[in-house]
Design a protein around this ligand. Structure first.
Ligand SMILES: [Zn+2]
Length: 320
């Protein structure tokens, strides 16, 4: 199962306890594209159905209708025509229940075209619990989330721009920053920041998915930090090695052109120590001397060796 499937299934497992939240969930489900069909003439004006690719999600709405609205819906499996197309599940709602459910969800409004609103009435969304339920329902039916290994992205499909703005307004209420875009003439609300994606998963009732995402984020942070540290240590080591090699080069020049035994004892001492310990730091080089010498003392002697070597290279007079 994909990360998105798991998140949707996790949300679907929990049925809301309050009727206010059940109405908010129902509103989001009926406002999803294709949920309501309008019929001209006949005994029933509206036909309702909920379609999803997730078995857990279709069961969720089946239970929701039964427990909170006393409606016995029917689950139908829609098999794809070819092997590759996924199975879909449809919840068929009895025509007799359509008017009642449209009123309960607040989607019915005689003043709107065809008697249908495109967003739920504000009054239905007064409580934070209902706002969360609405988001959860909109996500279960029209939401997606990228596998966090590949990036942070959560989105909710919107049946209209007004619906997209409504979803953004609810997300903003919870201090989650969302944007909308139009993709193939369909509106999508999306979140990109990992904090926002985590917060959204939590309030939509998918703490397991949130923890999984955080786990990936921590792993990524740690490996980024380790890589940065390694690169940093690597460049320090390289710099120290380059300096040591330059010092050895200086000492070789002196050895060839002058002879180390011509050097004053303190300089000869450090030159021999460096030749024998190419990888030693200045501090540990100083500790090899008798008596031991501090880092700045070592540095001063090596600098003096450099001056002598430079003088020799230039063919100038060497003052010891
Ligand atoms: Zn509620």
């Amino acid at each position: 199962m994909s990360f998105a499937s798991n998140a949707r299934a996790e949300m679907a497992r929990k049925l809301c306890a309050e009727r206010c939240c059940a109405r908010a969930e129902l509103a989001a489900a009926l406002l999803a594209p294709g949920a309501v069909s309008y019929r001209f003439g006949g005994a029933f004006r509206y036909g309702l159905s909920v379609t999803t690719s997730e078995a857990a999600v279709v069961r969720h709405y089946f239970q929701l209708l039964k427990r909170h609205f006393g409606v016995a819906a029917q689950i139908r499996t829609l098999r794809g025509g070819s092997l590759r197309s996924a199975t879909r599940y449809q919840l068929l709602i009895p025509d007799e229940a359509a008017d009642m459910l449209l009123r309960e969800s607040g989607v019915y409004d005689p003043n709107e075209p065809f008697g249908l609103r495109v967003t739920p009435p504000e009054a239905l969304m007064d409580y934070a619990c209902c706002k969360k339920s609405f988001l959860k329902s909109a996500f279960m039916l029209g939401g997606g989330i990228a596998n966090p290994e590949h990036g942070y992205h959560l989105e909710i499909a919107a049946s209209s721009e007004e619906f997209a703005d409504f979803v953004i307004k609810i997300l903003n209420y919870f201090e989650i920053h969302a944007k909308k875009t139009c993709r193939k003439s369909k509106f999508v609300v999306y979140l990109k920041r990992s904090d926002d994606v985590c917060d959204a998963l939590t309030l939509m009732g998918a703490p397991q998915a949130m923890l999984a995402l955080q786990g990936v984020r921590v792993k990524k942070d740690v490996s980024n930090r380790v890589n940065r540290q390694l690169n940093c240590d690597g460049s320090n080591i390289n710099r120290a090695m380059e300096t040591a090699l330059r010092q050895i080069e200086d000492i070789r020049v002196i050895e060839d052109q002058l002879g180390l035994d011509k050097l004053p004892a303190p300089l000869r001492e450090i030159a021999e120590a460096r030749l024998a310990n190419a990888e030693a730091s200045l501090t540990s080089l100083g500790e090899l001397l008798v008596p031991p010498l501090g880092k700045s003392g070592v540095n001063a002697r090596l600098r003096r060796l450099r001056e002598i070597a430079d003088a020799l290279r230039g063919g100038g007079e060497v003052k010891l």
